[in-house]
Design a protein around this ligand. Sequence first.
Ligand code: 2BA
Length: 108
Amino acid sequence: MKLVVAIVQDYDAARILQVLLDHEFRVTQISTTGGFLRAGNTTFLIGVRELRVRMLLELIEANCKQRSELYLPGGPVDYEEWTPPEEIFVKVGGATLFILNVDRFERF
Ligand code: 2BA
């Protein structure tokens, strides 16, 4: 079994969730915040049999889009030396995925 952690843009989240449910994936949705833009995004945790991982990734890819977002400086002063000093556009998404091995899965 694998655990897929998928970070997607809020714009795409409702559509992706619906498609995954339609295909009988079990999903946990978490509201998250991107560290760089400090804007909301959505993280899905999806436990999935190995056989279905490819289908899962195809469904996510088909339902998320890359977009340009405006980065505004002005985060915590401690981070200033690592972040751009001025406004820039960055490309965000479609999706950032981590695919982890699951040692054990139980439901009680
Ligand atoms: P954010 O951290 O808000 O990043 C939004 C977008 O800003 C990123 O899009 C990337 O294009 C750009 N970006 C991030 N850090 C940057 C930097 N130091 N300098 C210049 N541009 C930078 P994506 O790569 O598509 O990432 C979308 C979201 O996925 C991220 O939102 C973050 O929440 C998550 N993410 C991406 N890579 C991650 C990682 N290695 N670990 C954990 N979360 C990650």
